[in-house]
Each structure stands twice: as C-alpha cells, then as structure tokens.
Design a protein around this ligand. Structure first.
Ligand SMILES: [Zn+2]
Ligand SMILES: [Zn+2]
Length: 378
C-alpha cells in the first residue's frame, strides 16, 4: 500500500512545511468526523492524518522521500494505517478548528471597525493648487448612551455562567481516536465570556450607532482622478465601540471647459486667423494663474504648440508644476468680401502660389497627431 502522501494533502513534492501545514488544516476542517461522519470521509481523514504525520516530521519525511514507509516501521500500536501514534498532531487538529493557542480564551466584544470610502468632486483649479473641503460623512460612532459597552444604563455585562467566563466549553467524547477532549466556543455567550442581560436600548447592544457629521478635509495640490486621501480613524467604529477604521476620500476631478489634463500637464487649443499666424501676434489667454499673453511667432503653422512652462498642475510629490501646452489651430477664412479676395489673389500671385502643387509631407505627422487628439476626446 504505497500511498502518495503528497497527493493526499494535495501539495507538490517541493512544498514547504508551511504549505503542508496549511493544506492539512484545510482538509482537517473539511473532513473531521465531527463535521462529516460518513465512513468514506473518515477513511480520508485517517489518510490525511497519516500523510501529515509523515510530511510534517523532517525525519519521517526523509525516510518517506527515500522510498520507505515510516508509518509501517513505527509499529502497529493503533492498528490499520499506522494511525496509532497519531496523537502527536492532535493539537494541530485543534488549531485547525479553534485557531492557534494564543487565540484561546474569551474573545473581546470590541473589534476594529471597517474602513469607509467617500467620493469627492473637485474642480481642476482645486486639484492644481489644493483646497480645503467640508464633507458630510455617515458612519457608525460610539453609542454615547452605553459608551460602547452595549449594556443598558445602570446594568453591566455579567460573567457567563455556562463557561464561567472562559468563552469556550470543553467536552469529552469517545471517538475512533479514543477519548477526546474537544473545546468549542460557548453557545450561551458566543465565546465572549460575558453576557449582557439588558442590552442598551439606543444601540441594541451593538455599542455603536450611525451618525452624520461634517469633516474638514485638506486636499493637497496635485491630486488626480482616483487619488485616495486617508483619514485615519474616521471610518466606521467597530462592534462594542471598537476602534474606528479609516476613511478614504476618493477624488473625482470634474471636467474643465477649456483645459484637458494629462498627468500634470494641461492642454488647450486656441484658434487664430490665418493672417495672425503668418504675421505673428500676441494673444491673451485665461490660464489657471490669470490672463497671460501667449506669443504667436510669425509663420506659426496649424498644429504647432506653444508651451507655458510651470502653468500646469502642481506635482503631488516633489516640487514644481506641469506645463500648459497651447495647441494652435490656424483658421482659414471661409467667406471673403470682394476686396479681401482681391488682396488674397494678389498675394497668391506675388508668392507664385496661384496653382500650387499639393505636396505630401514626410510622415504626415501633423495630421496624424491631430486625428489622435480628436480620438482622445477633445
Ligand atoms: Zn448603546
Ligand atoms: Zn459562555
């Protein structure tokens, strides 16, 4: 009967002790006779115990890895399967059910509360420079009537008489293992070790109530869509008035009518007349910092961009700011007065452009990047 102990536990031959222990615990919980009395399952339970007995013991594991069966050498004290010596890992079975030994004893009524999240809409300039916001939050807070104890005023929690405050009850049962002492959480106090005879009427014994309050949140400069600001201890208070979780404020930046943000840079498009593009001009532009003149050089082409350094969004980490990139779009007049048309014709003649040959540009970069911009949702 050459059992493959590794496949019994469902682990690889190179599994660590930790993986072996985890696999065993998982199976032990599933297949324990108390949980699943079916004879076939009990057979499986014996198998995983045997496998664990061998694989968790470095010496036996070595014997087994070299092709021997350490359990048959151990002598049949317990009969079939060599499970007789199996009490060695009994504490591991108990651990699988009740957690590690350090967690024994009554469990605390107070537990840490959950984290909470709230979404906050902000404007681009608030993201760029930072701001302070008042937000309404709705979370569980400590019940003031019972101070989180859960007991009605004038009463208090009392030691559970079933487990005498231990939080667990023990039972001696006879099973195929012999006499076994099992412990389980006390059914009367659910393992707390105390009972609350008269629960607090305000919170029904939970030790916390829901409440709405206003918090002032400092939003640092440079936050972006999805940035989360953590406010420690401002989340939900836990059961029994336990310490509060954290509150996360998730930033949602509202779209700006003119500027589009990419990272910490801002982009916008200005349209200038054909004549101004040819002759050059100064053009006022309302930036986040106020009105600034942008310098359009003579001979500016459609699609060219003019960077305004340091006029973008403040970097969240580190110093400085992103840039504001002004994309220029040259507008061709679509309606011409007779006099204007005359002038343009004269200009075209002077420049020898009356019958120009269309010319392919190498790479067509300009058109392509503008198409890309259009797809990016300008
Ligand atoms: Zn209360
Ligand atoms: Zn109890």
């Amino acid at each position: 009967m050459a059992t493959d102990y590794y496949s019994v536990l469902g682990v690889g031959r190179d599994a660590s002790q930790d993986q072996i222990k985890k696999a065993f615990r998982r199976l032990a919980r599933e297949l324990h006779p108390d949980v699943n009395p079916d004879p076939k399952t009990q057979e499986r339970f014996k198998e995983i115990n045997a496998a664990y007995e061998v694989l968790s013991d470095p010496q036996k594991k070595q014997v087994y890895d070299l092709g021997g069966d350490p359990l048959s050498q151990a002598g049949g004290a317990g009969g079939a399967g060599g499970f007789g010596a199996g009490f060695g890992n009994f504490s591991d079975i108990m651990d699988a059910f009740f957690g590690t030994a350090s967690q024994r004893g009554p469990r605390s009524r107070t537990r840490r509360g959950q984290d909470a999240m709230i979404r906050l809409d902000i404007e681009l300039n608030e993201a760029a420079f930072g701001t302070t916001k008042d937000i309404q939050v709705d979370t569980a807070v400590v019940c003031t009537t019972c101070s989180g104890e859960g007991a009605a005023p004038g009463t208090s929690a009392q030691t559970c008489d079933m487990c005498r405050g231990r939080g667990e009850v023990s039972q001696v049962t006879r099973s195929f293992l012999g006499q076994v002492m099992t412990s389980r959480p006390c059914p009367q106090c659910q393992g707390f070790g105390t009972v609350v005879p008269t629960p607090c009427p305000e919170c029904a014994g939970d030790g916390r109530v829901r409440s709405r309050r206003t918090l002032t949140v400092k939003i640092p400069a440079g936050v972006d869509n999805g940035t989360r600001i953590q406010l420690a201890g401002e989340g939900e208070v836990g059961p029994g008035g336990g310490p509060a979780g954290d509150l996360y404020v998730e930033i949602h930046e509202l779209a700006h009518p003119v500027f589009q943000r990419r990272g910490d840079d801002l982009h916008c498009t200005v349209t200038i007349p054909m004549t101004a593009a040819a002759l050059g001009t100064k053009c006022p532009l309302e930036t986040l910092d106020g009105v600034e003149e942008i310098d359009v050089r003579p001979g500016t082409q459609s699609g060219q961009s003019i960077p305004l350094h340091g006029r973008g969004v403040t970097h969240l980490r580190g110093n400085g700011r992103g840039d504001l990139i002004v994309h220029v779009e040259v507008q061709t007049p679509s309606k011409l007065e007779p006099e204007q048309e005359e002038l343009l014709r004269r200009l075209a003649k002077l420049r020898g452009e009356e019958r120009p040959q269309g010319q392919f540009q190498p790479g067509q970069q300009g058109l392509f990047s503008r198409l890309k911009d259009a797809f990016n949702g300008r």
